[in-house]
Design a protein around this ligand. Structure first.
Ligand SMILES: [Zn+2]
Ligand SMILES: [Zn+2]
Length: 135
């Protein structure tokens, strides 16, 4: 789907940074970091606009953000080539060796059996280890 169509489907105005972020993410089979996205955005990139646009896209449900060890942040589209409508609540795999992050769309964290009176609102699962290439 074209970036402009995705934005329209989510009732968001088409701005060049939003389009550039979506297109950057569409170009990769893996979630990308800000450094990788900014390389592809070229002249559309500036830090503040990037954060603001990424947040808007996240709030609209267009992308999700994965934070690894509070340091490394990656972004991935919720739907598209690699996220065929299977989404949101899935586990991620982080390779300790090549630092690659992978969406495990078919692996769902939970539901967990919580103690009496507890209610889950979100759960994030990042499995760390070695990917098939590094193993
Ligand atoms: Zn690896
Ligand atoms: Zn994911």
């Amino acid at each position: 789907m074209e970036a402009s169509e995705i934005l329209r489907n989510h009732n968001l105005k088409k701005t060049s940074p939003r389009v550039a972020i979506i297109e950057a993410l569409q170009s990769s089979p893996l979630p990308m970091g800000e450094d990788e996205i900014s390389n592809l955005m070229g002249s559309h990139y500036d830090r503040t606009t990037f954060y603001r646009s990424a947040l808007t896209l996240e709030d609209a449900g267009i992308l999700h953000r994965i934070v690894i060890d509070k340091l490394l942040v990656k972004y991935a589209l919720n739907e598209g080539q690699h996220h065929n409508a299977v989404r949101l609540n899935h586990a991620h795999f982080f390779c300790n060796h090549c630092q690659k992050l992978i969406c495990l769309e078919n692996i769902h964290p939970g539901p967990y059996r919580l103690p009496e009176g507890f209610q889950s609102q979100a759960s994030e699962v990042i499995i760390k280890g070695l990917c098939s290439k590094c193993n």
